[in-house]
Design a protein around this ligand. Structure first.
Ligand SMILES: [Zn+2]
Ligand SMILES: [Zn+2]
Length: 56
């Protein structure tokens, strides 16, 4: 699990609700994903979804 946004280097904690991830595990923050990226991964074109939080 990547600890930072690939685009703006914002820190993304394992339990962060602001983390977005595509099916290839490209990781972005909510600000980038919901803003400039408009929900699409700039690397592979996949859909960016809320990253499941690590449990325990
Ligand atoms: Zn970002
Ligand atoms: Zn991707």
């Amino acid at each position: 699990m990547r600890p930072v946004c690939e685009r703006c280097d914002a820190p993304l904690a394992p339990d962060s609700l602001a983390a977005r991830i595509c099916s290839y595990e490209c990781t972005f923050c909510a600000t980038c994903a919901d803003g400039d990226l408009a929900g699409s991964c700039p690397n592979c074109g996949g859909e960016l979804l809320t990253r499941p939080r690590r449990k325990g």
